[in-house]
Ligand binder design. Structure first.
Ligand code: FES
Length: 106
């Protein structure tokens, strides 16, 4: 199972992450990506860069995601290219969060 974590804490929510998560769930289902689950996450610690989405276990972090970006992210999940322009988070913060996820805190 692959997981897409969509931050639902206050800052990301104030930028529309609730609707973003719902739209993302619809697109993943419409593509028939049955091995992908879109789930809420509490906070990635990059609140000013939100809405934030982290794909796990592949470890891709997309920041400042808008509904218009979701088709490209869904394409990526279906085997398409990495969405480079949304990959803007500092690598040390990414590593920290990936390590947390590796410990099983989902
Ligand atoms: S509120 Fe989304 S990363 Fe903190």
């Amino acid at each position: 199972m692959r997981i897409c974590l969509v931050c639902q804490n206050i800052d990301c929510k104030s930028r529309g992450s609730e609707q973003l998560m719902q739209e993302f769930q619809k697109r993943v289902a419409a593509r028939g990506l049955t091995d992908v689950e879109v789930k809420p996450y509490m906070c990635f610690g990059a609140c000013q860069e939100g809405p934030n989405i982290v794909l796990y276990p592949e470890k891709n972090w997309y920041a400042k995601v808008k509904v218009e970006d979701l088709d490209e992210i869904t394409d990526h999940l279906a085997g398409g290219p990495h969405v480079q322009r949304l990959d803007t988070i500092d690598s040390s913060l990414k590593e920290l969060i990936y390590q947390l996820l590796d410990t099983g805190i989902l």
